[in-house]
Design a protein around this ligand. Structure first.
Ligand code: NAD
Length: 453
């Protein structure tokens, strides 16, 4: 289905133009201009597919892309320079370098929840590293998918960067082709299939997946700040955020105070977003029904309402949810927050360790030792102390998962690194030759032992 496209890109890649610094910078400029010029097109598409307001779309989709492009342009020349390394005594006379070389033709498969950002952010990495790329946006946000495809295909040559629309069948057809790199963002279940497909050719890949990200509220937390930032991270995009707090572990001594503060934030959110028609909707009827079924799995403390016609689920907090219920076994990916209490931090460790390593983890506390202890004791992709979600919005931190929440990372330098192979080169002198290398005997061994051990 796409074999010709992949082949044409490969031929173009071998012409070498994409490797040049000036070429890469020019393409990044062009990408910036094209995104800016088509902002309204993306805003309209995001409103149609997700009821995402312009302001939310700017902050969560476009802004990050502009930041990433600016940061990349500023540092690219430095990143591209061969990295000089030290020389071992056994290699006297030679010099070691690490050269970042583009993989070649890369495949980017994107999800629907931040459909613009998650298609273009990896593309910035692919371009900066000197690759060609095929981008496949998600079929669940069809207006955005069309907008991405039109914008890319109207402004870039097919043999360099191209977007194709499609669902599972198209995605699988792409995965069957000999791409040099695969960058996948999506669910754990599909991530496993992508890795299986990649394993046939041992294609290197990045998997940006999901999972159940816990948020811990300690008794020494600033409760009002915690409630505000947790509500922000959870109800943004109606909870359809890979790093949204999935479940809440609150110290039993502050549960009531925290719930009161959270309720205040939810009421404010209703006034600012829901009542003004600016609340993001659930992406499809199938996703909506799944989330509605979760509402019966606990006792409602806040919210619980929904509208099938608008595919809207109000911000909801539940308690007494069974740990083996689907709500606690699947990633929620919606505006429903189950709450649990703990007395000792070890209970938190046990609960988090029972589940696959989360993509994100958040801890709210003024107790620095406790925060450090949590960071030390639990494995997760990345996270925040006294905040949610914000760690992903900076080009200075690698963003990615660990274990089931993914492998590899991107953003800033890490995007460039993700799409590059680190090639080790030893440049050897011809001015002299160390004889010990060719002659192995007792004497040379004793000399080498002295030098090395
Ligand atoms: P998904 O895995 O269903 O789909 C992602 C992409 O894969 C889409 O383009 C889709 O067309 C394609 N696809 C679907 N089934 C496929 C198959 N069998 N074979 C090949 N390709 C297939 O994910 P989604 O529902 O679009 O996104 C939600 C998930 O993505 C959540 O789990 C969320 O946590 C995760 N996510 C992760 C990040 C991150 O950066 N780590 C960001 C956003 C979303």
């Amino acid at each position: 289905m796409f074999a010709d496209l992949q082949l044409k890109q490969k031929e173009y890649f071998y012409r070498g133009e994409t490797k040049d610094l000036e070429f890469r910078l020019k393409q990044l400029d062009k990408l910036y201009e094209v995104l800016k010029a088509n902002e309204d097109l993306f805003f309209d598409a995001l409103a149609k597919d997700l009821n995402k307001s312009k302001d939310e779309a700017y902050v969560t989709e476009m802004m990050l892309l502009y930041q990433e492009i600016n940061h990349t342009k500023k540092h690219l020349e430095e990143w591209m320079k061969p990295e000089k390394v030290k020389t071992a005594i056994s290699h006297t006379g030679s010099q070691g370098y690490i050269q970042h070389e583009p993989y070649g033709v890369s495949l980017i498969i994107a999800p629907w929840n931040y459909p613009v950002q998650l298609a273009f952010a990896p593309l910035i990495g692919a371009v900066s590293a000197g690759n060609c790329a095929v981008v496949k946006p998600s079929e669940l946000t069809p207006n955005v998918s069309r907008a991405i495809t039109n914008v890319i295909n109207n402004h870039f040559p097919k043999e360099y960067i191209h977007a194709v629309e499609g669902a599972v069948e198209e995605s699988q057809a792409l995965l069957d082709l000999p791409f040099d790199y695969i960058f996948f963002t999506g669910s754990v279940a599909v991530g496993k299939k992508v890795m299986e497909a990649a394993s046939k050719r041992l294609t290197p890949l990045t998997l940006e997946l999901g999972g159940k990200s816990p948020v811990i509220v300690d008794k020494e937390a600033k409760i009002d700040v915690a409630a505000k930032r947790i509500a922000f991270g959870k109800f943004l995009n109606a909870g359809q955020t890979c790093v949204a707090p999935d479940y809440l572990l609150v110290h039993q001594e502050v549960k009531h105070e925290f719930l009161a503060a959270l309720n205040k934030e939810i009421q404010r959110f209703k006034k600012d977003k829901i009542n003004k028609g600016k609340y993001v909707r659930i992406v499809s009827e199938r996703h909506f029904e799944r989330l509605v079924s979760f509402l019966d799995e606990g006792e409602t403390l806040i919210g619980g309402g929904y509208s099938e016609a608008a595919l809207r689920i109000n911000p909801t907090v539940l308690q007494n949810v069974a740990l083996d219920s689907p709500l606690m076994e699947e990633e929620i990916f919606g505006p429903i927050l189950p709450i649990f209490t703990y007395e000792k931090i070890e209970e938190v460790y046990a609960m988090v360790r029972e589940r696959p390593n989360p993509l994100a983890l958040y801890v709210f506390t003024e107790n620095k030792d406790l925060a450090d202890q949590v960071l030390e004791n639990l494995s997760f992709g990345g996270g925040c102390v006294n905040d949610t979600v914000m760690h992903l919005a900076t080009p200075h931190l690698p963003f990615g998962g660990v274990g089931e929440s993914g492998m590899g990372a991107y953003h800033g330098f890490e995007s460039f690194a993700a799409f590059s192979h680190r090639k080790s080169i030893l440049k050897q002198t011809t001015k002299f030759d160390l004889a010990v290398r060719y002659k192995q005997n007792k004497f040379t061994t004793s000399v080498l032992r002295k030098l090395v051990e």
